[in-house]
Design a binder for this molecule. Structure first.
Ligand SMILES: NC(=O)c1ccc[n+]([C@@H]2O[C@H](COP(=O)([O-])OP(=O)(O)OC[C@H]3O[C@@H](n4cnc5c(N)ncnc54)[C@H](O)[C@@H]3O)[C@@H](O)[C@H]2O)c1
Length: 248
């Protein structure tokens, strides 16, 4: 079960935290993994860790918001792994300027960052891999989202929430178009992770029914399921992975 050997995966923003956990988990199930990050040293470190543990990985640094760079990076991954991308996990979602704060305080120049990386980043990556998946008759697209997509808060997350809601809608519609081709598309909406900074994280953790924040291993395990051959009837869904903090 959940055997990914013979498959190639591309994980964006995989140079640390959740993305690194996803890359390691997919590699542990046998996938050859293209480890993407904007920061080359991060991609190299995670890729090197996977190969040192006996897995197959290559670093492919590029900016997911730059369509030409994405196309070039996907071509490089294909050449170095010797196979087209069967599994895309678009995890990069935190831009350098997160655009956090009450909307009234955010200048228009800051509105695009979260939308560019989440929504256009997803479109860029999907467009670069989806034709190969459809032609092969098999593919898995996993989008990483957040509880902020569907639950309002007073934490200054309106731009981020808008971007995540947008990409959830994109994946939902995409799933309907791709299903007859054997390609699934799902979203994994995360609750607060251990790497989230701030004094409030302990307070938030205490309010989560499981009494802890999410880990890269939690995220990796869920992605392995969504990427697996066994998940062929799971498509168009948004799964919450949040320790029970939101149950609808
Ligand atoms: N951390 C949390 O508490 C939390 C909660 C809910 C959802 N999420 C989501 O989980 C995902 C991962 O979050 P994280 O906290 O692990 O992120 P992170 O910021 O720790 O790591 C993401 C990586 O993405 C890279 N990156 C940034 N911009 C990029 C770009 N344009 N192209 C390629 N790579 C880029 C960064 O260099 C970084 O290494 C994101 O989609 C985020 O929105 C995180």
């Amino acid at each position: 079960m959940f055997d990914l050997s013979g498959r190639a995966a591309l994980v964006t923003g995989a140079g640390q935290n959740a993305g690194a956990g996803i890359a390691r988990a997919l590699a542990a199930r046998g996938a050859a993994v293209a480890v993407n990050d904007l920061v080359p040293e991060r991609a190299e470190a995670v890729s090197g860790g996977i190969t040192a543990s006996g897995g197959t990985a290559v670093p492919v640094a590029f900016d997911v918001t730059d369509l030409d760079a994405v196309r070039e990076g996907v071509a490089r991954a294909r050449a170095e792994l010797g196979r087209h991308v069967d599994i895309l996990v678009h995890n990069a979602g935190i831009p350098a300027d997160f655009g956090q704060g009450p909307f009234r305080t955010l200048a228009p120049g800051r509105w695009r960052g979260p939308v560019e990386i989440n929504l256009f980043g997803a479109m860029n990556c999907v467009s670069a891999v989806v034709d190969d998946m459809c032609e092969a008759g098999w593919g898995r697209i996993v989008q990483i989202s957040s509880g902020a997509a569907r639950t309002g808060s007073d934490q200054g997350l309106s731009l981020y929430g808008a971007a995540k809601s947008g990409v959830e809608g994109f994946i939902r519609h995409l799933s309907q178009e791709l299903a007859p081709s054997g390609v699934t598309a799902n979203t994994l909406a995360l609750g607060l992770q251990t790497n989230a900074a701030g004094d409030a994280t302990e307070v938030f953790a205490a309010k989560i029914p499981t009494r802890r924040l999410g880990t890269p291993e939690d995220v990796g395990a869920a992605v392995v399921y969504l990427a697996s051959p066994e998940a062929s009837w799971m498509t168009g869904q948004t799964l919450n992975l949040n320790g029970g903090s939101v149950t609808t």
